[in-house]
Every structure is written in C-alpha cells, then in structure tokens.
Design a protein around this ligand. Sequence first.
Ligand code: NAG
Length: 244
Amino acid sequence: MLVWSCIVLILFVRNTNGIHNGVDAKFDFWTFIASVSINGYQQCGGTVIDDRIILTAAQCVQGIPVNNITVRVGSAFVNKGGEIIKVNAMVVHEKYEEYVESDDIALLWLRTSALSRRVTKIPLATIEPAPNDYPSNAGWGEKSLESDVLPKRLQNGVTKIHERKVCIQELIQPIGPELLCAFYTQNDICPGDYGGPLILANKLVGIAVTGHGCGYVGLPSLYTNVFHYLKWIDQNSKKLKKNK
Ligand SMILES: *[C@@H]1O[C@H](CO)[C@@H](O)[C@H](O)[C@H]1NC(C)=O
C-alpha cells in the first residue's frame, strides 16, 4: 500500500493527475500494458495476462478480422520500440452489444509469446475492489477531448472506486456487478485508453470501458469488473490454448 500512497502523493504534488491531464508513466511499473492497433492505427489499450493472451475490451475488436489486429508490447511509446505481435485468434464476450457497457471484454491470442525482459504478465484480481480504493490506470488515449492531442508516451493516473449507486445517479442505464464505478478529481479515461488496465495492489481489477466525456470532473467512468469475469476469462483462455 505504501507504493500506492507514494504514487498518489507524486500526482498531487505535480497537480496533473489523470490520463486526461495525465503524467508520463514510469514504464518499469507498466510492463504488462499493451497497445492494440487496428490496420496499424492505435485503437485501444490491453493487458498481458498470459504469455500469449491479451485482455482488452470487446468494443476495441468486435467485428474486426484478427488479421487486421496487432499488439505492441514492451514500449512506453505508442508508435515505436518494443515488439509488434500479430493476433491469431480472439474471443469476444458472446453477450457484448455495441453501446452497452456490460460484457465489454475480449481475449486476443498472440502468434508468439509477449513475454521478454521488458514485458511481464499481471495476475488477475482475487477480490473485487471496494469503494474508496485508489487504483491506477494508464493509456495512450487523448489527453483532453477539446485539444484532441494524442500523447505519444504512456500516461497514467489514479482514480477512486465508488459505490455503483453513485454512478447510477449519473447514468441512463443502471449498472450491475459486471462494472466498476470510478472517478476522481481531474482523472479520466478517454478514447484510446479503452481496453486498458486498471491496477490495484499489483493485480488487474478492471478494463477501461468508457470515460463519459473524457475529463468532465465528477462524471463516472466505467471499467469492466475483472473479478466478475474470472470464470469467463479462465474458460476462454483454456479454449484458446487448446486450439492453438
Ligand atoms: C482489414 O484489412 C483489409 C486488408 O488490408 C482491408 O481491406 C479491410 O478493410 C480491413 N477491415 C477492417 C474491418 O478494417
């Protein structure tokens, strides 16, 4: 917990917390992050959860032929460094529907192992994060919707978990245990960050799904609740391994 307190402190001191208004991420901490590209253009974030498996959001890859998807790992930069790996197969959650936040989860099966000196996998959540937990997010998404500036270097920030009913007050559709409700001061996730990781105590607790306006303070951001999908992830990872 000390590490997390320090990160929170650093962000406060620099007064630029968030991916919206994000700070350059210390890549040594984010060695499990991946950038997911469609037709060579960065579209989303992702997370290395096994040597050949990337966890991302369904919205990033649904309807896209696997041959059009590539993943870059091992670099803090969106367009250089690390390694670009092709995708051989994928599983999109069978209940995912466009513009509906629930079941926004997908697995990509890589042609070769992502792991290297610069790339690690991260363990999945073993418990659900609780209100008032402060997880970290990161991504290559927009720094603010107005400026439309794409950071070339990975940005990260801290957010705060709230009771779902706090988010429901601001949303049109109610949300259930499949989603986490999070927002915190200036922090937000923006287009380009979706699919990327939400980390707490060195475990993957969430997948960025929507930032509701990219930087509108106080409006909720939603993350797929990884803990809720542990069984789905496990079953479908096994399927991908078997069919390789
Ligand atoms: C996939 O790639 C092919 C070949 O480059 C291209 O013609 C096609 O439009 C792409 N499909 C999508 C959905 O991007």
